[in-house]
Design a protein around this ligand. Structure first.
Ligand code: GAP
Length: 431
Protein backbone atom coordinates (compact mmCIF):
# COMPACT_ATOMS: atom_id res chain seq x y z
CA UNK A 1 0.00 0.00 0.00
CA UNK A 2 2.83 2.40 0.94
CA UNK A 3 4.44 1.97 -2.49
CA UNK A 4 1.13 2.75 -4.21
CA UNK A 5 0.44 5.81 -2.02
CA UNK A 6 3.94 7.10 -2.68
CA UNK A 7 3.73 6.55 -6.46
CA UNK A 8 0.31 8.26 -6.55
CA UNK A 9 1.74 11.35 -4.87
CA UNK A 10 5.04 11.41 -6.76
CA UNK A 11 3.51 11.00 -10.18
CA UNK A 12 0.46 13.20 -9.72
CA UNK A 13 -2.36 10.66 -9.36
CA UNK A 14 -3.77 11.30 -5.87
CA UNK A 15 -2.87 13.79 -3.12
CA UNK A 16 -4.07 14.08 0.49
CA UNK A 17 -6.96 16.60 0.66
CA UNK A 18 -6.06 20.19 1.75
CA UNK A 19 -2.49 19.02 2.22
CA UNK A 20 -0.85 22.44 2.73
CA UNK A 21 -3.14 22.95 5.75
CA UNK A 22 -2.16 19.65 7.29
CA UNK A 23 -4.82 17.65 5.44
CA UNK A 24 -8.43 16.75 6.20
CA UNK A 25 -9.03 13.15 7.26
CA UNK A 26 -11.12 11.12 4.86
CA UNK A 27 -10.60 13.39 1.84
CA UNK A 28 -8.24 13.05 -1.13
CA UNK A 29 -7.69 15.16 -4.24
CA UNK A 30 -7.03 13.79 -7.71
CA UNK A 31 -4.10 15.14 -9.73
CA UNK A 32 -3.86 15.26 -13.54
CA UNK A 33 -3.22 11.52 -14.03
CA UNK A 34 -5.54 10.40 -11.24
CA UNK A 35 -8.48 12.34 -12.60
CA UNK A 36 -7.93 10.74 -16.03
CA UNK A 37 -7.79 7.26 -14.49
CA UNK A 38 -10.92 7.90 -12.44
CA UNK A 39 -12.86 9.33 -15.38
CA UNK A 40 -11.82 6.43 -17.61
CA UNK A 41 -13.15 3.97 -15.02
CA UNK A 42 -16.38 5.96 -14.72
CA UNK A 43 -16.75 6.18 -18.50
CA UNK A 44 -16.17 2.46 -18.86
CA UNK A 45 -18.88 1.73 -16.25
CA UNK A 46 -21.27 4.19 -17.91
CA UNK A 47 -20.63 2.68 -21.34
CA UNK A 48 -21.07 -0.89 -20.09
CA UNK A 49 -24.21 -0.32 -18.06
CA UNK A 50 -25.90 2.70 -19.68
CA UNK A 51 -24.84 3.59 -23.24
CA UNK A 52 -24.49 0.01 -24.45
CA UNK A 53 -27.91 -1.03 -23.12
CA UNK A 54 -31.47 -0.18 -24.06
CA UNK A 55 -32.93 -0.66 -20.60
CA UNK A 56 -30.91 1.87 -18.58
CA UNK A 57 -31.64 5.55 -18.00
CA UNK A 58 -28.87 7.80 -16.70
CA UNK A 59 -29.66 10.56 -14.28
CA UNK A 60 -27.72 13.18 -12.31
CA UNK A 61 -29.68 14.21 -9.21
CA UNK A 62 -28.89 16.97 -6.69
CA UNK A 63 -26.69 16.07 -3.72
CA UNK A 64 -28.92 18.05 -1.36
CA UNK A 65 -32.38 16.56 -1.08
CA UNK A 66 -35.52 17.29 0.87
CA UNK A 67 -34.70 15.83 4.32
CA UNK A 68 -37.97 13.89 4.30
CA UNK A 69 -36.39 11.65 1.64
CA UNK A 70 -33.79 10.51 4.20
CA UNK A 71 -36.49 9.92 6.79
CA UNK A 72 -38.35 7.77 4.28
CA UNK A 73 -35.25 5.76 3.34
CA UNK A 74 -34.50 5.00 7.00
CA UNK A 75 -31.18 6.85 7.01
CA UNK A 76 -32.18 9.45 9.62
CA UNK A 77 -33.12 6.79 12.12
CA UNK A 78 -30.81 3.97 11.15
CA UNK A 79 -27.71 4.97 9.17
CA UNK A 80 -25.30 4.66 12.04
CA UNK A 81 -22.17 2.88 13.20
CA UNK A 82 -21.44 1.81 16.78
CA UNK A 83 -19.04 4.28 18.37
CA UNK A 84 -16.90 3.81 21.46
CA UNK A 85 -14.99 6.58 23.20
CA UNK A 86 -11.96 6.50 25.47
CA UNK A 87 -12.70 8.41 28.68
CA UNK A 88 -9.02 9.31 29.08
CA UNK A 89 -7.84 10.52 25.64
CA UNK A 90 -11.35 11.01 24.16
CA UNK A 91 -10.36 9.27 20.94
CA UNK A 92 -13.34 7.69 19.19
CA UNK A 93 -13.36 4.32 17.46
CA UNK A 94 -15.80 2.15 15.57
CA UNK A 95 -16.69 -0.50 18.11
CA UNK A 96 -16.55 -3.27 15.49
CA UNK A 97 -12.97 -2.25 14.54
CA UNK A 98 -11.64 -2.91 18.07
CA UNK A 99 -11.00 -6.46 19.16
CA UNK A 100 -12.10 -7.60 22.60
CA UNK A 101 -9.59 -9.01 25.10
CA UNK A 102 -11.28 -11.19 27.73
CA UNK A 103 -14.65 -9.68 26.81
CA UNK A 104 -13.46 -6.06 27.15
CA UNK A 105 -12.42 -3.48 24.51
CA UNK A 106 -9.38 -1.32 25.26
CA UNK A 107 -8.24 1.99 23.75
CA UNK A 108 -5.41 1.18 21.26
CA UNK A 109 -3.59 4.39 22.38
CA UNK A 110 -3.55 4.18 26.17
CA UNK A 111 -5.10 0.79 26.91
CA UNK A 112 -7.97 2.39 28.90
CA UNK A 113 -11.16 0.31 29.05
CA UNK A 114 -13.58 1.72 26.45
CA UNK A 115 -17.14 2.71 27.33
CA UNK A 116 -20.38 1.17 26.05
CA UNK A 117 -20.98 1.60 22.30
CA UNK A 118 -23.54 4.20 21.19
CA UNK A 119 -25.01 4.65 17.73
CA UNK A 120 -23.45 7.48 15.70
CA UNK A 121 -25.37 8.68 12.61
CA UNK A 122 -22.98 9.00 9.68
CA UNK A 123 -24.90 11.56 7.64
CA UNK A 124 -23.34 15.02 7.37
CA UNK A 125 -25.88 17.58 8.52
CA UNK A 126 -26.14 21.04 7.04
CA UNK A 127 -28.58 23.95 7.16
CA UNK A 128 -30.39 25.18 4.10
CA UNK A 129 -30.84 28.94 3.81
CA UNK A 130 -30.06 31.70 6.30
CA UNK A 131 -31.72 30.27 9.39
CA UNK A 132 -30.00 27.65 11.47
CA UNK A 133 -32.78 25.84 13.27
CA UNK A 134 -34.22 22.30 13.19
CA UNK A 135 -36.56 23.22 10.32
CA UNK A 136 -33.63 24.11 8.02
CA UNK A 137 -31.66 20.87 8.52
CA UNK A 138 -30.72 18.86 5.47
CA UNK A 139 -28.06 16.24 4.73
CA UNK A 140 -25.32 15.61 2.23
CA UNK A 141 -26.52 12.40 0.59
CA UNK A 142 -24.91 9.27 2.06
CA UNK A 143 -25.66 7.25 -1.11
CA UNK A 144 -26.62 8.27 -4.64
CA UNK A 145 -29.51 5.78 -4.62
CA UNK A 146 -31.97 8.25 -3.05
CA UNK A 147 -31.78 10.56 -6.06
CA UNK A 148 -32.87 7.69 -8.30
CA UNK A 149 -35.83 6.52 -6.22
CA UNK A 150 -37.27 10.06 -6.04
CA UNK A 151 -36.94 10.35 -9.85
CA UNK A 152 -38.58 6.99 -10.60
CA UNK A 153 -41.91 8.63 -11.48
CA UNK A 154 -40.26 11.36 -13.57
CA UNK A 155 -38.52 8.80 -15.75
CA UNK A 156 -41.62 6.58 -16.02
CA UNK A 157 -43.78 9.57 -17.00
CA UNK A 158 -41.32 10.98 -19.52
CA UNK A 159 -39.89 7.79 -21.11
CA UNK A 160 -42.60 5.17 -20.44
CA UNK A 161 -40.02 2.38 -20.02
CA UNK A 162 -41.16 -1.23 -19.90
CA UNK A 163 -40.04 -3.36 -16.93
CA UNK A 164 -37.35 -4.41 -16.31
CA UNK A 165 -35.39 -1.17 -16.55
CA UNK A 166 -32.78 0.64 -14.50
CA UNK A 167 -31.77 4.12 -13.41
CA UNK A 168 -28.04 4.74 -13.21
CA UNK A 169 -26.05 7.49 -11.61
CA UNK A 170 -22.45 8.45 -10.83
CA UNK A 171 -21.97 11.06 -8.15
CA UNK A 172 -20.61 12.22 -4.84
CA UNK A 173 -21.76 10.73 -1.55
CA UNK A 174 -20.70 11.70 1.96
CA UNK A 175 -20.34 9.72 5.16
CA UNK A 176 -19.01 11.00 8.45
CA UNK A 177 -16.97 7.84 8.98
CA UNK A 178 -15.74 7.43 12.56
CA UNK A 179 -12.40 6.11 11.36
CA UNK A 180 -11.55 7.03 7.74
CA UNK A 181 -8.42 5.13 6.75
CA UNK A 182 -6.40 3.05 4.34
CA UNK A 183 -5.74 5.76 1.73
CA UNK A 184 -8.81 6.05 -0.53
CA UNK A 185 -10.49 2.91 0.84
CA UNK A 186 -12.60 4.48 3.60
CA UNK A 187 -13.42 8.10 2.89
CA UNK A 188 -15.75 10.79 4.17
CA UNK A 189 -16.25 12.23 0.68
CA UNK A 190 -16.45 9.67 -2.12
CA UNK A 191 -18.16 8.92 -5.40
CA UNK A 192 -20.51 6.04 -6.11
CA UNK A 193 -21.61 4.37 -9.33
CA UNK A 194 -25.03 2.89 -8.66
CA UNK A 195 -27.91 1.30 -10.52
CA UNK A 196 -31.44 0.90 -9.24
CA UNK A 197 -32.82 -1.80 -11.52
CA UNK A 198 -36.60 -2.29 -11.32
CA UNK A 199 -38.32 -5.57 -12.11
CA UNK A 200 -41.52 -7.51 -11.51
CA UNK A 201 -41.53 -8.95 -7.99
CA UNK A 202 -41.44 -12.58 -9.19
CA UNK A 203 -38.42 -12.01 -11.45
CA UNK A 204 -36.05 -10.60 -8.83
CA UNK A 205 -33.90 -13.73 -8.60
CA UNK A 206 -33.30 -13.88 -12.35
CA UNK A 207 -32.56 -10.15 -12.41
CA UNK A 208 -30.17 -10.49 -9.47
CA UNK A 209 -28.23 -13.21 -11.32
CA UNK A 210 -28.14 -11.17 -14.53
CA UNK A 211 -26.69 -8.11 -12.78
CA UNK A 212 -24.29 -10.28 -10.79
CA UNK A 213 -22.82 -11.70 -13.96
CA UNK A 214 -22.74 -8.32 -15.78
CA UNK A 215 -20.98 -6.79 -12.80
CA UNK A 216 -18.27 -9.44 -12.96
CA UNK A 217 -17.85 -8.88 -16.71
CA UNK A 218 -17.29 -5.18 -16.07
CA UNK A 219 -14.84 -5.77 -13.19
CA UNK A 220 -12.75 -8.04 -15.42
CA UNK A 221 -12.84 -5.45 -18.23
CA UNK A 222 -11.05 -2.86 -16.05
CA UNK A 223 -8.23 -5.30 -15.36
CA UNK A 224 -9.26 -6.97 -12.09
CA UNK A 225 -8.49 -10.66 -12.04
CA UNK A 226 -11.09 -13.28 -11.20
CA UNK A 227 -8.85 -14.85 -8.54
CA UNK A 228 -8.81 -11.62 -6.52
CA UNK A 229 -12.60 -11.13 -6.46
CA UNK A 230 -14.61 -13.04 -3.85
CA UNK A 231 -18.39 -13.02 -3.74
CA UNK A 232 -19.56 -13.13 -0.15
CA UNK A 233 -23.18 -13.79 0.83
CA UNK A 234 -24.14 -11.41 3.64
CA UNK A 235 -26.03 -13.05 6.48
CA UNK A 236 -29.39 -12.04 7.92
CA UNK A 237 -28.18 -9.87 10.79
CA UNK A 238 -25.52 -8.06 8.76
CA UNK A 239 -27.45 -6.70 5.76
CA UNK A 240 -28.57 -3.08 5.40
CA UNK A 241 -32.11 -2.47 6.69
CA UNK A 242 -33.55 -2.35 3.15
CA UNK A 243 -32.02 -5.56 1.80
CA UNK A 244 -33.41 -9.09 1.63
CA UNK A 245 -30.32 -10.45 -0.07
CA UNK A 246 -26.85 -8.94 -0.46
CA UNK A 247 -23.69 -10.21 -2.07
CA UNK A 248 -20.53 -8.26 -1.39
CA UNK A 249 -17.82 -8.35 -4.03
CA UNK A 250 -14.73 -8.46 -1.88
CA UNK A 251 -11.29 -7.86 -3.35
CA UNK A 252 -7.77 -8.75 -2.29
CA UNK A 253 -6.64 -5.19 -1.54
CA UNK A 254 -3.11 -4.64 -0.16
CA UNK A 255 -4.84 -4.17 3.25
CA UNK A 256 -6.55 -7.58 2.99
CA UNK A 257 -9.78 -8.99 1.57
CA UNK A 258 -12.32 -6.14 1.85
CA UNK A 259 -15.56 -4.92 0.29
CA UNK A 260 -15.16 -3.51 -3.19
CA UNK A 261 -18.82 -3.42 -4.21
CA UNK A 262 -22.25 -4.68 -3.27
CA UNK A 263 -25.27 -6.19 -4.98
CA UNK A 264 -28.48 -5.83 -2.99
CA UNK A 265 -32.09 -6.90 -3.44
CA UNK A 266 -33.85 -3.82 -2.04
CA UNK A 267 -37.32 -5.31 -2.66
CA UNK A 268 -40.05 -2.62 -2.98
CA UNK A 269 -38.86 -1.04 0.28
CA UNK A 270 -37.67 2.29 -1.14
CA UNK A 271 -40.48 3.01 -3.60
CA UNK A 272 -43.06 2.14 -0.93
CA UNK A 273 -41.39 4.29 1.70
CA UNK A 274 -41.05 7.28 -0.66
CA UNK A 275 -44.69 6.81 -1.70
CA UNK A 276 -45.74 6.92 1.91
CA UNK A 277 -43.65 9.89 2.96
CA UNK A 278 -44.20 12.01 -0.19
CA UNK A 279 -47.84 10.95 -0.66
CA UNK A 280 -47.03 10.28 -4.33
CA UNK A 281 -48.10 7.12 -6.11
CA UNK A 282 -44.91 5.32 -7.17
CA UNK A 283 -46.58 2.23 -8.56
CA UNK A 284 -46.18 1.00 -12.13
CA UNK A 285 -48.89 -0.02 -14.60
CA UNK A 286 -48.01 -3.06 -16.67
CA UNK A 287 -49.56 -2.59 -20.14
CA UNK A 288 -49.28 -6.32 -20.94
CA UNK A 289 -50.99 -7.75 -17.86
CA UNK A 290 -53.03 -4.61 -17.02
CA UNK A 291 -51.77 -4.89 -13.46
CA UNK A 292 -50.62 -2.07 -11.18
CA UNK A 293 -47.91 -2.84 -8.62
CA UNK A 294 -44.78 -1.44 -6.97
CA UNK A 295 -41.70 -2.79 -8.77
CA UNK A 296 -38.91 -4.51 -6.87
CA UNK A 297 -35.35 -3.28 -7.10
CA UNK A 298 -31.88 -4.79 -7.46
CA UNK A 299 -28.96 -2.48 -6.79
CA UNK A 300 -25.35 -2.97 -7.93
CA UNK A 301 -23.24 -0.32 -6.16
CA UNK A 302 -19.53 0.45 -6.21
CA UNK A 303 -17.44 3.27 -4.82
CA UNK A 304 -15.33 4.90 -7.54
CA UNK A 305 -12.34 5.22 -5.20
CA UNK A 306 -12.47 1.54 -4.28
CA UNK A 307 -12.49 0.72 -7.99
CA UNK A 308 -9.51 3.06 -8.49
CA UNK A 309 -7.63 1.45 -5.59
CA UNK A 310 -8.37 -2.08 -6.84
CA UNK A 311 -7.15 -1.11 -10.32
CA UNK A 312 -3.98 0.49 -8.92
CA UNK A 313 -3.27 -2.50 -6.68
CA UNK A 314 -3.81 -4.95 -9.56
CA UNK A 315 -1.63 -2.94 -11.93
CA UNK A 316 1.29 -2.19 -9.59
CA UNK A 317 4.39 -4.29 -10.27
CA UNK A 318 8.06 -4.11 -9.43
CA UNK A 319 10.33 -6.10 -11.77
CA UNK A 320 14.04 -6.73 -11.81
CA UNK A 321 15.46 -5.56 -15.15
CA UNK A 322 19.27 -5.94 -15.25
CA UNK A 323 20.57 -4.08 -12.19
CA UNK A 324 17.45 -1.99 -11.81
CA UNK A 325 13.99 -2.35 -10.34
CA UNK A 326 11.40 -1.34 -12.92
CA UNK A 327 8.10 -0.05 -11.47
CA UNK A 328 5.16 -0.59 -13.80
CA UNK A 329 1.46 0.15 -13.66
CA UNK A 330 0.06 -2.40 -16.09
CA UNK A 331 -3.34 -0.78 -16.66
CA UNK A 332 -5.50 -2.25 -19.41
CA UNK A 333 -5.14 0.20 -22.34
CA UNK A 334 -8.81 1.23 -22.25
CA UNK A 335 -8.45 2.90 -18.83
CA UNK A 336 -4.77 3.97 -18.87
CA UNK A 337 -4.56 7.75 -18.30
CA UNK A 338 -2.20 8.07 -21.28
CA UNK A 339 -2.38 5.37 -23.93
CA UNK A 340 0.50 6.36 -26.18
CA UNK A 341 3.50 8.60 -25.42
CA UNK A 342 5.37 10.13 -28.34
CA UNK A 343 9.09 10.40 -27.62
CA UNK A 344 11.20 12.36 -30.10
CA UNK A 345 14.82 11.34 -29.54
CA UNK A 346 16.00 14.95 -29.69
CA UNK A 347 14.44 18.35 -29.05
CA UNK A 348 15.52 19.51 -32.52
CA UNK A 349 12.76 20.87 -34.77
CA UNK A 350 13.48 18.22 -37.41
CA UNK A 351 12.27 15.52 -34.96
CA UNK A 352 9.72 17.58 -33.00
CA UNK A 353 7.78 18.45 -36.16
CA UNK A 354 7.10 14.88 -37.35
CA UNK A 355 6.50 13.85 -33.71
CA UNK A 356 3.83 16.56 -33.40
CA UNK A 357 2.16 15.36 -36.62
CA UNK A 358 2.02 11.79 -35.24
CA UNK A 359 0.65 13.13 -31.94
CA UNK A 360 -2.16 14.97 -33.72
CA UNK A 361 -3.10 12.00 -35.86
CA UNK A 362 -3.14 9.54 -32.92
CA UNK A 363 -5.10 11.95 -30.69
CA UNK A 364 -8.04 11.20 -32.98
CA UNK A 365 -8.16 7.64 -31.65
CA UNK A 366 -6.83 7.86 -28.09
CA UNK A 367 -5.20 9.72 -25.20
CA UNK A 368 -1.78 10.60 -26.54
CA UNK A 369 0.90 12.90 -25.12
CA UNK A 370 4.36 14.06 -26.11
CA UNK A 371 7.25 13.51 -23.68
CA UNK A 372 10.50 15.31 -24.56
CA UNK A 373 12.50 15.69 -21.34
CA UNK A 374 15.43 13.50 -20.17
CA UNK A 375 17.08 10.49 -21.77
CA UNK A 376 15.02 7.92 -23.66
CA UNK A 377 15.67 5.31 -20.92
CA UNK A 378 14.35 7.63 -18.19
CA UNK A 379 11.33 8.48 -20.33
CA UNK A 380 10.52 4.78 -20.79
CA UNK A 381 10.75 4.25 -16.99
CA UNK A 382 8.54 7.29 -16.34
CA UNK A 383 5.92 6.10 -18.82
CA UNK A 384 6.06 2.57 -17.30
CA UNK A 385 5.47 4.07 -13.88
CA UNK A 386 2.38 5.99 -14.96
CA UNK A 387 1.03 3.00 -16.87
CA UNK A 388 1.35 4.11 -20.51
CA UNK A 389 0.94 0.94 -22.61
CA UNK A 390 2.85 2.16 -25.69
CA UNK A 391 5.72 4.53 -26.46
CA UNK A 392 6.45 5.72 -29.98
CA UNK A 393 10.01 6.86 -30.52
CA UNK A 394 10.78 9.24 -33.35
CA UNK A 395 14.49 9.08 -34.20
CA UNK A 396 16.80 10.27 -36.98
CA UNK A 397 16.14 7.03 -38.91
CA UNK A 398 12.49 8.13 -39.06
CA UNK A 399 13.51 10.99 -41.33
CA UNK A 400 14.94 8.45 -43.76
CA UNK A 401 12.51 5.49 -43.66
CA UNK A 402 9.29 7.14 -42.36
CA UNK A 403 9.08 4.51 -39.62
CA UNK A 404 9.00 4.81 -35.82
CA UNK A 405 9.83 2.45 -32.97
CA UNK A 406 6.84 1.23 -30.98
CA UNK A 407 7.66 -0.12 -27.51
CA UNK A 408 5.24 -2.31 -25.58
CA UNK A 409 5.15 -1.51 -21.83
CA UNK A 410 4.57 -5.08 -20.64
CA UNK A 411 6.94 -7.05 -22.88
CA UNK A 412 9.37 -4.12 -23.44
CA UNK A 413 9.62 -5.46 -27.02
CA UNK A 414 10.20 -2.91 -29.76
CA UNK A 415 9.18 -2.97 -33.39
CA UNK A 416 9.45 -0.60 -36.33
CA UNK A 417 6.09 0.54 -37.73
CA UNK A 418 5.55 2.78 -40.79
CA UNK A 419 4.05 6.14 -39.76
CA UNK A 420 1.27 5.70 -42.31
CA UNK A 421 0.11 2.50 -40.55
CA UNK A 422 0.12 3.87 -36.98
CA UNK A 423 -3.57 4.78 -36.69
CA UNK A 424 -4.62 1.34 -37.88
CA UNK A 425 -1.94 -0.31 -35.70
CA UNK A 426 -3.28 1.34 -32.54
CA UNK A 427 -7.00 1.43 -33.36
CA UNK A 428 -7.67 -2.07 -32.01
CA UNK A 429 -5.04 -1.96 -29.25
CA UNK A 430 -6.43 1.03 -27.36
CA UNK A 431 -10.09 0.03 -26.90
N1 GAP B 1 -26.63 2.36 -2.11
C1 GAP B 1 -26.05 1.28 -1.41
C2 GAP B 1 -24.89 1.65 -0.63
O1 GAP B 1 -24.53 2.80 -0.52
P1 GAP B 1 -22.88 0.61 0.69
O2 GAP B 1 -22.44 -0.81 0.81
O3 GAP B 1 -23.02 1.39 1.94
O4 GAP B 1 -24.26 0.56 -0.10
C3 GAP B 1 -21.77 0.96 -1.63
O5 GAP B 1 -21.91 1.37 -0.30
C4 GAP B 1 -20.32 1.03 -2.06
O6 GAP B 1 -19.82 2.35 -1.81
C5 GAP B 1 -19.40 0.11 -1.25
O7 GAP B 1 -19.41 -1.20 -1.79
C6 GAP B 1 -18.06 0.79 -1.45
O8 GAP B 1 -17.53 0.48 -2.73
C7 GAP B 1 -18.44 2.27 -1.46
N2 GAP B 1 -18.24 2.89 -0.13
C8 GAP B 1 -19.07 2.83 0.92
N3 GAP B 1 -18.58 3.55 1.95
C9 GAP B 1 -17.42 4.07 1.53
C10 GAP B 1 -16.43 4.92 2.14
N4 GAP B 1 -16.57 5.40 3.35
N5 GAP B 1 -15.34 5.26 1.39
C11 GAP B 1 -15.20 4.82 0.13
N6 GAP B 1 -16.10 4.02 -0.49
C12 GAP B 1 -17.20 3.65 0.20
Amino acid sequence: MEAIVSLCKRRGFIFPGSEIYGGLAGTFDYGPLGVMLKKNIQNSWWKHFVTNREDMYGIDAAILMNPRAWEASGHVSGFSDPLVECNKCHRRYRADHIEEKNGVKHCPEDNEVLGEPRQFNMMFKTNIGATEDPTSISYLRPETAGGMFVNFKNVVDSFHPRLPFGLAQIGKAFRNEIAPRDFIFRLREMEQMEIEYFCKPDTWEKTFEHLRSEFNVWLFSIGLSKEKIHEVEIGDGDRAHYSKRTIDFEFDFPIGQKELAGLAYRTDFDLKQHSLFSKTDLSYFDEDTKERFVPHCIEPSIGVERAVLAVLASAYKEEQVGDEIRTVLSFVPSIAPIQVAILPLSKKEELINPARKILQSLQKIGRVQMDVTQSIGKRYRRQDEIGTPYCVTVDFETLVDNEVTVRDRDTMKQERVPIKDLEEYFAKKLV
